[in-house]
Ligand binder design. Structure first.
Ligand SMILES: Cc1cc2nc3c(=O)[nH]c(=O)nc-3n(C[C@H](O)[C@H](O)[C@H](O)COP(=O)(O)OP(=O)(O)OC[C@H]3O[C@@H](n4cnc5c(N)ncnc54)[C@H](O)[C@@H]3O)c2cc1C
Length: 307
């Protein structure tokens, strides 16, 4: 077993090398999948990375379109450059990872890294309004349109439901555009689970934007131009020009069970890494991409330590 501190980005090949031919298939070219694919290729595996969209980098590329998150683009940019130098790594875009396709590459190791999707509970009217032309948006809709919002939104009413990390990114964006913001959170506090320094900056922009904070308040109904909320049994209607439902992200692993079942009883290891395990930070997925892949290769007897 490897010591995690032994391994830094892009340097596993200095310590480990595969001792016999090994095929690896990675499903999903976000930051976690890219790190897994690069690491496996760098130690000498023959790697195929399947990405269903026409782009690589996944959610990190999208999020970096939010002005305050611009620097996150460094992750996928670095990983793309690393991948580009590896002749034994093939990236296929517009290619969905299915059991049938993965099998074509005769893998010894399969890595599922299919990311996450927004949490959208069955709240009255939510699914319907998200699909309509009403100004009701999920976090992914917000990011898709982020470059189109006018610089000055003075007087515009923005209501954000969800006071966790995702909702607070949206609030911060509209504070910088002078909108009139209401933040709705079901828990008693805003920014649950954030570290102390993030909390401090959250407090600052909530104050700067004079954000109305409704904690202990649940969303009960979504109308085309208003949210109905309930605080301790009291209903309130919150009209908006833009309404956002940001209740966090949840793991998305549509092919994992098919892959695990499909290779059962065969000498093929199937791993799940990154947001498709649990929505988390980029660094958590890339760490897993590196360590779990090397550990799996080691346990399967493919790795030699270079002395
Ligand atoms: C609003 C917001 C702000 C965030 N801010 C930060 C932050 O400041 N710092 C931080 O570290 N993290 C942040 N995160 C979290 C971070 O974006 C994710 O943890 C990270 O991008 C997930 O990487 P991933 O590779 O696991 O998944 P993704 O990047 O989602 O990649 C999954 C890939 O798999 C592909 N795929 C899915 N199914 C298939 C299939 N069947 N076949 C082939 N391909 C498939 C998808 O198209 C996608 O390209 C934020 C998240 C959100 C929503």
């Amino acid at each position: 077993m490897h010591h995690q501190s032994d391994l830094i980005y892009g340097e596993a090949y200095k310590k480990y090398k595969v001792s016999s031919p090994c095929n690896v298939v990675v499903v999903g070219a976000g930051t976690a999948g890219l790190e897994a694919a690069c690491t496996a290729a760098e130690v000498g595996c023959h790697v195929t990375l399947l990405e269903k969209t026409d782009k690589i980098g996944g959610l990190s590329v999208e999020i970096s379109k939010i002005p305050a998150k611009k620097r996150l683009a460094d992750f996928p940019t670095y990983l793309k450059a690393r991948a580009g130098q590896l002749e034994n790594l093939t990236i296929l875009t517009n290619t969905e990872g299915t059991l049938e396709r993965v099998r074509q590459y005769h893998p010894h190791l399969v890595v599922n890294a299919t990311g996450s999707v927004p949490i959208l509970p069955p709240i009255d009217g939510l699914a319907q309004q998200l699909q309509s032309s009403a100004p009701v948006f999920s976090i992914l809709d917000f990011i898709a349109e982020v470059e189109r919002y006018p610089e000055d939104l003075s007087g515009k009413r923005v209501v954000v439901v969800g006071g966790g990390a995702v909702g607070l990114d949206v609030v911060e964006f509209f504070v910088s555009r002078n909108a009139q913001i209401t933040l709705v959170e079901m828990l008693p506090t805003i920014g649950n689970g954030l570290d102390a320094s993030s909390i401090a900056s959250v407090k600052e922009f909530l104050q700067k934007g004079q954000v109305r904070q409704l904690t202990g308040t649940a969303l009960t109904k979504v109308l085309p131009d208003a949210f109905l909320v309930n605080q301790n049994g009291t209903e309130e209607t919150l009209p908006f020009d833009y309404g956002f439902v940001c209740l966090g992200m949840k793991a998305y692993a549509p092919v994992l069970a098919e892959l695990s079942d499909g290779f059962l009883g065969e000498p093929v290891e199937v791993l799940n890494i990154g947001d498709s395990v649990r929505a988390r930070r980029i660094i958590d997925g890339t760490d897993a991409g590196r360590h779990l892949v090397l550990n799996a290769l080691d346990q399967m007897g493919f790795l030699d330590i270079i002395r």
